[in-house]
Design a protein around this ligand. Structure first.
Ligand code: PLP
Length: 538
């Protein structure tokens, strides 16, 4: 990038969640971790970016495991005073024809890349619950939250006097910001078509999930009833987002540029939205991670000097083992293979794939040759996801010394696992994983990826050299067929390559760790991602 950074376009980034710090609970999962790393990258590398988000009073769920082995959601009111200062600015939005005030907070940690958070929890404010629980609901309440983020966010920027060249929507949640920009254009008596054309020029959009159901949609009536349509009538809404109104489709039509979050996801997203006319071009920009947050400096220092690499890894592994002992009371063995796995509990991620055939896996767990630590939350309203968590906890009760489930997955657990495991397992049903940044964190820490060729992994995987793939990118429309195929492949590589290398060829293992770190630390850093955003998107 040749340009001087002061000449770069000024970007306002809108995201429902930001994963900045473990105990600042305004995040749920990967989408928020990306937004947090993005903003930290803007700060570290001095890009002209401001973030807009929401101050979630109760965050996402604190999901604990009950005595019966089932996950239970608990919610607490959090106080984030240490992270925030009052800007003195308040803006108003209309929700269901009622005026709701939104206070604007500024996150103190980000001076050059400031983050502003909106908050409706004010005395005598109607609908003050709106910024209560992140992803708490799916229907009217979700729209209310998105009105605050999008419409409130644009108003806040204006009132704060922040000049914006590009509005970047991280996911369709922020789309109503575009509606607010449209409202302003239409007030100038522009026709709808002309207004759309003008507004599109200022908007870019990142699409995330390749799972159709994960792309939020609402009946047009509901959007109108909530008042999110602003200046638009039903026909105009339908023209943008179809009927029912799909937030992703709307964002694809109201942006001049968009991106998917890995190269494979770029292909999948283009296929998935092929039938959407007049949409922006979908580029592929692979996610990256913020190294100072996720990667142990000690391991980066040791990578040149192989003799210390193993020692440093064992140090990180002991830290993880101590962490587990403290949390769950289980003593793992630092001289035995330790597999880490943490994922949101949803069926396509197939968290318990490795347990499918007890005759294969149980003997390995029984003598501790394989130890596994799991973590991951299910959405509070997702009973299937909770069943997955329950099955993992059951397995940990069957093998209490070699299978661990860490409750209430958060950034602390994420950082511990991606530093201290030996192997990072990931087995989504290809091509459903958009990116998978936890694998990047792991590989940069010398934790070897062992994964299906989904998300980012096809871009980095050099099988047997810097990690392993299994399944050879096989895809089938039949869930069962793909499951069988991937399961056989997982066991084959585990038994014939991963386990023998770990126990019998330490030299090769260390070489693989070294290759893993060197091959990924620059390529999958948020710095590279930001540079590509500026080249391809902004
Ligand atoms: C890194 C991270 C994620 C994202 O990881 P995926 O690979 O996308 O699952 C989610 N949650 C936490 C707490 C993380 O640290």
């Amino acid at each position: 990038m040749a340009k001087n950074k002061t000449d770069l376009p000024k970007v306002a980034y809108f995201s429902m969640e930001y994963g900045l710090q473990s105990d600042f609970k305004i995040y749920a999962g990967g989408l928020g971790i990306l937004a947090g790393d993005y903003l930290k990258g803007a700060k570290s590398y001095d890009f002209p970016i401001v973030g807009i988000g929401i101050k979630w009073k109760q965050g996402y769920t604190d999901q604990m495991i009950g005595p019966d082995g089932r996950p239970y959601d608990t919610f607490h009111n959090y106080n984030y005073d240490e992270f925030l200062e009052d800007t003195g600015v308040t803006v108003e939005v209309e929700i269901r024809r009622t005026t709701v005030r939104c206070k604007v907070w500024k996150c103190t940690a980000f001076d050059n890349a400031p983050l502003y958070l909106l908050d409706t929890d004010l005395p005598n404010n109607p609908d003050s619950w709106t910024t209560g629980q992140l992803y708490g609901w799916f229907g009217e309440e979700r729209i209310a939250q998105e009105i605050v983020l999008g419409i409130g966010g644009v108003k806040a920027l204006k009132k704060l006097g922040i000049k914006v060249d590009v509005y970047h929507f991280n996911e369709g949640h922020a789309l109503f910001a575009g509606f607010e920009l449209l409202r302003k254009e239409m007030k100038k008596e522009e026709s709808f078509k002309k207004a759309v054309k003008k507004v599109r020029k200022k908007i870019v959009f990142t699409t995330h999930t390749p799972v159709i159901q994960g792309n939020e949609s609402h009946p047009i009536d509901r959007i109108m009833y909530m008042g999110a349509n602003l200046s638009m009538n039903a026909a105009q809404l339908e023209e943008l987002g179809g009927s029912p109104f799909n937030m992703t489709v709307g964002a694809l039509r109201l942006s001049r540029n968009s991106n998917a979050v890995a190269q494979l996801h770029g292909k999948t997203a283009n296929k998935m939205w092929k039938s959407v006319k007049d949409k922006s071009k979908i580029e592929a920009i692979t996610n990256g991670v913020h190294l100072p947050t996720w990667v142990d400096q000690g391991i980066l220092d040791a990578v040149e000097d192989r003799t210390n690499l193993w020692e440093r890894h064992q140090y990180n592994k002991r830290n993880l083992i101590d962490f587990v002992k403290e949390r769950n009371g289980v003593q793992l063995d630092e001289n035995k293979l330790l597999i880490g796995f943490s994922r949101r509990a949803v069926p396509y991620k197939r968290s318990d794939l490795i347990f499918t055939r007890p005759e294969v896996i149980d003997p390995l767990l029984a003598d501790g040759r394989v130890q596994i630590i799991f973590s991951g939350r299910a959405h509070p309203l997702d009973d299937n996801g909770k069943e997955i968590v329950y099955r993992l906890v059951q397995k940990s009760r069957q093998f209490p010394n070699s299978v661990v489930f860490l409750e209430n997955y958060d950034m602390t657990i994420g950082a511990q696992l991606t530093r201290g495991s030996d192997v990072w397992l990931n087995n989504p049903r290809r091509p459903k994983e958009a990116s998978g940044t936890s694998g990047m964190k792991a590989s940069m820490n010398g934790v070897l990826n062992f994964s299906t060729l989904d998300g980012w992994w096809p871009e980095a995987c050099n099988h047997g050299v810097n990690g392993w793939q299994f399944g050879d990118a096989f895809e089938s429309d039949s869930f069962d067929e793909q499951y069988e195929h991937d399961l056989n492949a997982l066991y084959k590589v585990l038994l014939e390559e991963v386990i023998p290398t770990y126990y019998n060829d330490r030299e090769k293992w260390i070489s693989m760790m070294q290759a893993s770190i060197i091959d990924t630390k620059d390529q999958f850093s948020v710095k590279r991602m930001l540079e590509e955003y500026y080249e391809l998107l902004y």
